[in-house]
Design a protein around this ligand. Sequence first.
Ligand SMILES: Cc1cc2nc3c(=O)[nH]c(=O)nc-3n(C[C@H](O)[C@H](O)[C@H](O)COP(=O)(O)OP(=O)(O)OC[C@H]3O[C@@H](n4cnc5c(N)ncnc54)[C@H](O)[C@@H]3O)c2cc1C
Length: 402
Amino acid sequence: MQYDILIIGGGAAGFFAAINAAEMDPGAKIAILERGKEVLSKVRISGGGRCNVTHAEFLPKELVKNYPRGEKELRGPFHQFMTGDTIAWFEERNIELKIEEDGRMFPVSDTSETIINCFLSEAEGLKIQVRKSEAVKTLHWKDSHWEVGTQKSTLSASKILIATGSNPKIWKLLEKLGHSISAAVPSLFTFNIKDNRIADLPGISTHAEVKVQGEKLQDEGPVLITHWGLSGPAILRLSAWGARELHDLDYNFNVEVNWLPGFSSEEILEQLKVLKFELAKQQVFKKAQFELPKRLWQNLVTASKIEGNITWADLNKDELLRLAQQLTAAVFQVNGKSTFKEEFVTAGGIDLKEVNFKTFESRIQNNLFFAGEVLNIDAVTGGFNFQNAWTGGYLAAKAMTS
Ligand SMILES: Cc1cc2nc3c(=O)[nH]c(=O)nc-3n(C[C@H](O)[C@H](O)[C@H](O)COP(=O)(O)OP(=O)(O)OC[C@H]3O[C@@H](n4cnc5c(N)ncnc54)[C@H](O)[C@@H]3O)c2cc1C
């Protein structure tokens, strides 16, 4: 079988590339090879079954800040195709996207089926062959074409796009072609912590500053206390930016939490001294200060070894110091990680230096293109991982058909 373009991997990036390529070059013979029985399975379960398609961030220089790996490389591509283009692309196909408060964008239907049905009907209309249960096992460049071997057949193509996500087997094949692979490590996880200060507070969310001790890793934003430890956007961002460092620490490290972001221990100590006078007769434990959730405040007071019946006036210097410390630099020991809402992303993949980001073509081998998570690109949660798949898929399609 001879093809102009073979897309390897029937996921988000593969379908987006195939559809755009078929539209840009209607005469091209295009097929998608998918190892599974079903295509688009990650799209189906994405965003809790709602598919967080993209994010309402419309400046490339801001958008790239959400990519711990790929920040520099995606800047150029985002000037060609980014969030606004994604919205328009789906709108042209009668799919309206809505923006949630935190900027995440979903189909108005609130189901990923809408996205899947769109891709499947576009692919059918454009006569893209979708070959399921065909896992690519071999790749050879022979006499100016690619020979692609699956367990069922040998196919040939002028150009191939690798859109296999984080599949280690394909990385092995690509290594044989001369590519370097950055080893895969998990990204986007929550921190396992067993600690009395947060043990009885699952569900409480508060704005905080978080820092990994001994590393240059810090973030600020909502922190959510869970049954297992700490989660929420600030923690997930730390896990993504620190994916490699935290893996090297075997997920055993200390995280320092400032529950009053923007304020130092010294500043809070001064504030506590003011409260000592202003609230002299009140019990410290009873009423939360600094707009902290009440039970968190109480746990921090207890952790500062301040007795429940002590009034503000009775606080001694050491107690004030300990409280300031708990409020602004509470250290928690992390032992292990957990998956965030089953959403996991892998950091690792094709070394970005080996890819031309104008075309998403390999710099090592002509007529070999990449898109999506197969590259050493990943993002924090919020629709950014799919945006990488759309952008890469679109630009690779453009290059493969020009
Ligand atoms: C539970 C969950 C929820 C998520 N939710 C979101 C979200 O809402 N928003 C967001 O932006 N990101 C989300 N992500 C991340 C997002 O799903 C991925 O970044 C995205 O799917 C990557 O697209 P891709 O096309 O590169 O890879 P994939 O979607 O993984 O597709 C790769 C395809 O290639 C196939 N394949 C692999 N090897 C071969 C082979 N040898 N031969 C043939 N086919 C092969 C695979 O079977 C697969 O179908 C979520 C991830 C998970 C796990």
